[in-house]
Design a protein. Structure first.
Length: 397
C-alpha cells in the first residue's frame, strides 16, 4: 500500500504543526557505515536550514566502522540503539531495531523518518515509522537487481521500504523508472543524484589520510595496486574462497602487482582471508579503514575488485576501473557508463578478466574520462529542498 503524506498529519498538540515556529523535525536513521556516508551530507544540509530540526539515530549495526567517519563530519548521535550482538541474524536485528526505535519515535514525534538504502536497519526503521503513522523518506530509492534473493537480504529490504515510503529520493532516472514500474506515484519520486558523491567530495576537500596509509602508498609506489573489498552474504563460503585463491595466484604471477585488502570485521570474511592470503608476498591485509583512508587507496589504485554497492558509486567519482564480484547489480549505470564490469559468480572469469586487463589497459585508461552517472555533488541540497517543499505543501492541505 502506498502512503500519502496527508494521511500522516499529526493532531495539533502532538508534535507541533509541520512548518511551525519550532521547525520540522527530521529523524535520520542509519546503522552501517555506508548509510552514514550517504546520509551525513544530508544531515549537514538539514542543520544549515533553520526550518528543520534533526534527530540522529544509529542502530550501531556497524560500531567500530561508524565512529571515525562520523567524527570527520563532526556528527554526533542523539540516540544509539546498540542492537548488535555476535552472530546475529537479520531477523534478530530487525526485531531489535523495531523494539528499540519505537519509544524514541513516541518521544521525539518526528515529522519524517529518513532512511537510506537497503539495510535491515532501513527496512525495520521504515516499518517502525509506518506503525507510528510517520512519513518515511527513502534516500537511494529505486535500486533493483531483479532477483529477490540477490543481493540478500538487501533486495527485498529495499522493495519493502519502497512500499512504505512517502518520499522516494532516486539517484538516477533508471531508479525512477523502476519505481514507476512498481506503481509508485510519479509525484512522490524525486531524482536527486546520490549523496555519496557529496560525501566523497567533502572528505577529499577537508581531510587527509593517516600516516599508515601514506606509508603503504609510498611502500607500494612501484606496483600496480589491486584494491579488494568483499563482505556480502552471497559472497560467503566457497565463492569467496575461490575468488581469494585466484587473486592470490594473480599477484603471485605478476610481480609488479600488489593486493591491498581492508578486511571486513565479519568473522566469516576474516577466517577465510587468514587461511588463504595471510603471509603472502605483496598482499597487504588491513584492518577496516577510515573513509578518507579508503578513498585515498581507491584513488591510488590500478584496479578495484569489489562486491560492494557503494564502491560501484564511488569508483566513477574517482575515475577508477572496477570488477564487480556479483551475479547482477542494482547499479547498471556503473556498467553502462563503462566504469565497471560484471564478473559473475565464477572465479575463473575473475582470473581471466584480471589477465585480460593486465595485458591490455585500454579499458583501464578510458575510465578516467567517464562522466559520473550518480551525480555532481549537490544531492543533499536537492533532497533537503524537496523535503521543505513537500512538507510545506502537506501542512497547507
Amino acid at each position: 500500500m502506498l502512503i500519502d503524506a496527508q494521511n500522516y498529519k499529526q493532531k495539533k498538540g502532538e508534535t507541533g504543526e509541520i512548518g511551525g515556529a519550532s521547525g520540522r523535525k527530521i529523524l535520520v536513521l542509519f546503522g552501517t557505515r555506508p548509510e552514514a556516508i550517504k546520509l551525513a551530507p544530508v544531515i549537514l544540509r538539514l542543520r544549515t536550514d533553520p526550518s528543520f530540526r534533526t534527530v540522529v539515530v544509529s542502530s550501531s549495526q556497524h560500531t567500530d566502522l561508524l565512529t571515525p567517519f562520523l567524527n570527520i563530519f563532526g556528527l554526533g548521535i542523539d540516540h544509539d540503539l546498540r542492537v548488535m550482538t555476535a552472530d546475529q541474524t537479520p531477523n534478530q536485528v530487525a526485531a531489535r531495531v523495531l523494539a528499540s526505535l519505537d519509544p524514541i519515535l513516541e518521544k521525539e514525534k518526528p515529522d519524517v523518518v529518513l532512511v537510506q538504502g537497503d539495510t535491515t536497519t532501513a527496512m525495520a526503521g521504515a516499518l517502525a515509522a509506518f506503525n507510528r503513522r510517520i512519513p518515511v523518506g527513502h534516500v537511494e530509492a529505486g535500486l533493483r537487481s531483479g532477483d529477490p534473493l540477490s543481493p540478500f537480504p538487501e533486495e527485498m529490504n529495499r522493495r519493502v521500504v519502497s512500499q512504505i515510503a512517502t518520499f522516494h529520493f532516486a539517484a538516477t532516472e533508471k531508479n525512477r523508472d523502476n519505481l514507476l514500474q512498481e506503481k509508485i506515484e510519479s509525484d512522490k519520486i524525486f531524482v536527486t543524484g546520490n549523496p555519496v558523491v557529496d560525501a566523497l567530495q567533502f572528505i577529499l576537500a577537508n581531510s587527509a589520510p593517516g600516516g599508515k596509509i601514506k606509508n603503504l602508498i609510498e611502500q607500494t609506489g612501484n606496483h600496480k595496486r589491486l584494491l579488494l573489498t568483499t563482505h556480502r552474504r552471497e559472497s560467503f563460503g566457497e565463492a569467496m574462497s575461490e575468488n581469494l585463491i585466484e587473486l592470490g595466484r594473480f599477484v603471485e604471477k605478476r610481480r609488479d602487482v600488489c593486493l591491498i585488502f581492508p578486511v571486513h570485521p565479519n568473522p566469516q570474511v576474516r577466517r577465510v582471508t587468514e587461511r588463504i592470503l595471510s603471509g603472502r608476498e605483496r598482499v597487504h591485509l588491513l584492518e577496516p579503514l577510515d573513509y578518507i583512508d579508503f578513498i585515498t587507496l581507491m584513488r591510488e589504485s590500478w584496479m578495484i575488485v569489489s562486491d560492494s554497492g557503494g564502491v560501484q558509486e564511488e569508483a566513477p567519482s574517482l575515475g577508477k576501473p572496477l570488477l564487480v564480484l556479483r551475479e547482477n547489480t542494482e547499479r547498471p549505470e556503473a556498467l553502462s557508463s563503462g566504469v565497471a564490469k560484471l564478473v559473475g559468480g565464477d572465479a575463473k572469469t575473475l582470473a581471466e578478466m584480471l589477465e585480460t586487463n593486465y595485458n591490455d589497459e585500454t579499458w583501464i585508461n578510458s575510465v578516467k574520462e567517464v562522466e559520473n552517472p550518480f551525480g555532481k555533488g549537490d544531492s543533499a541540497e536537492r533532497i533537503v529542498g524537496v523535503l521543505g517543499e513537500q512538507l510545506t505543501v502537506s501542512s497547507e492541505q
